[in-house]
Design a protein around this ligand. Structure first.
Ligand code: SF4
Length: 446
């Protein structure tokens, strides 16, 4: 790569995703004032249970989302320092560590308010601005840290607030008839998870003292279903080469689909994203100048390095076109949602978290994406403190090479802790993979 290449920004991000950023910022600003508005607040992590909270008239705060937001704004340090002081070590999931640190700061803020002590916590720190929860809901699939995270937060708040744990079993996929969304295991586990959601609805009714609004749930899910369909149609347009939009644009759209309220604004947002991509195809505009390689991204997003990695891959003429985090999550199977009776489809989506599959399902999904997007290589983000995501990665790399001849490389980083990333290692490993792809292409031509 020449110096000129290094200095030139070859990315061409979608303009329409800026609206999603604004909607998300407004959402958080609204959350920060929840208590002044007399609202009940639920803290939750894991699955996108927000439509249930919306129908119950609650305000909701998603732990990973807030940790990711702090990391993307490079504001995670005060929360992580508070977490470390409380005793959470650096090898603990950095989402959990950041959010637990927020809990410590929020709790300190409450005690200061009660005791009249001021100045211990800087009120301007974003990390301390979360409204204290009235109760917790945990719905984590495929990760033991996720399941323990709220139990720890519960302790930070002196074990005084109620907590509900939704149990989401692993999709092992090892029975003879098992596969992605098929087989006896899938049906059995779906029924079990649906039952868990019914229990959760009773819990919400108890906490709010109001009957659950099933009509509101159907209405909110109708918007989410439509938004998801538009999102998938737009993603499908990116199977074209060169791609009109990249994985990074889909990362920018995670917050809206993952936790913003189900309403017309959400549908309009994804309609806008799709329209911009369609227009790009008409105008011949691509997401990365001079696309020479099409890469799949496996691993949870490295939020501290979002813009940096976007430019970095493009510098090498790499279009990152799809990924496990973006494409195998977030209401990605909208046909499962029955608007009139949405609980089962919701439960099934919670089970379809990309951390919640045995190897066979993951291999099936990966090979499907490699074919669909004509992938040349895979970037495995070896997400240091997220064992749930990294566990199967070397076996997935082997499957991709064996079944499709697709090369890959690994780089270390983390969801919300910049210290695990090493730029020299990233460059040398990416370059090695691109060279291997070039050699393979020359052999094919010979
Ligand atoms: S370890 Fe990974 S899957 Fe588990 S809570 Fe953290 S980021 Fe989520």
């Amino acid at each position: 790569m020449t110096l000129a290449d290094q200095n030139q920004d070859k990315t061409n991000r979608l303009k329409s995703t800026r609206l999603g950023g604004k909607m998300t910022a407004d959402y958080w600003d609204n959350i920060f004032t929840a208590k002044e508005r007399g609202k009940h607040v639920v803290w939750y992590n894991g699955a996108a249970m927000n439509p249930l909270f919306q129908a119950a008239g609650l305000e909701w705060c998603h732990g990973e989302a807030f940790a990711a937001r702090l990391a993307a704004q490079h504001l995670e340090e005060p929360a992580q320092a508070a977490g470390a002081e409380y005793g959470y070590i650096g090898e603990l999931c950095s989402y959990a560590r950041t959010h637990l640190g927020c809990a410590v700061l929020t709790q300190q803020t409450i005690s200061e308010r009660q005791t009249g002590v001021v100045g211990v916590v800087d009120q301007q720190e974003l990390a301390a601005k979360l409204p204290a929860p009235d109760f917790f809901v945990n719905g984590y699939a495929g990760c033991s840290t996720g399941q323990q995270w709220d139990a720890m937060t519960y302790r930070v708040f002196d074990r005084k607030l109620p907590i509900f744990n939704v149990s989401l079993p692993m999709l092992w996929g090892n029975k003879p008839d098992a596969g992605y969304m098929r087989g006896e295991e899938w049906e059995e586990v779906s029924t079990y998870a649906e039952g868990q959601l019914r229990e959760l609805v009773s819990f919400l009714e108890h906490q709010t003292g109001r009957p659950f609004d099933w009509d509101l749930l159907s209405e909110s899910m109708s918007y989410i279903k439509r938004a998801s369909e538009l999102r998938l149609e737009a993603m499908q347009l990116c199977t074209l080469a060169p791609t009109p939009a990249t994985y990074w644009d889909w990362v920018a759209s995670i917050a809206p689909i993952n936790f913003l309220p189900g309403n017309q604004a959400l549908v309009d947002y994804f309609a806008g994203v799709k329209a911009e991509i369609q227009q790009r195809i008409v105008d011949g505009i691509s997401g990365v100048a001079n696309e020479r390689y099409r890469v799949y991204f496996d691993g949870i997003m490295n939020w501290n390095k979002l813009g940096f990695l976007t430019r970095k891959f493009a510098e090498y003429d790499v279009a990152v076109v799809a990924g496990r985090y973006t494409h195998e999550s977030f209401w990605q199977e909208p046909q499962l949602i029955d608007i009139d009776n949405p609980l089962r489809g919701m439960a099934q989506h919670y089970l379809l978290c990309p951390l919640n599959h045995g190897l066979r399902n993951l291999q099936e999904l990966l090979l499907r994406r490699l074919d669909e997007y004509s992938i040349d290589g895979i970037a495995f983000h070896s997400t240091r403190t997220c064992r749930a995501m990294t566990n199967p990665q070397s076996m997935l790399a082997k499957s991709a090479e064996r079944e499709r001849g697709v090369k890959s490389f690994f780089f270390e980083g983390d969801v919300a802790d910049a210290s695990f990333y090493n730029d020299e290692l990233f460059d040398s490993r990416l370059e090695a993979m691109l060279e291997a792809i070039d050699v393979q292409r020359m052999k094919t031509l010979a």
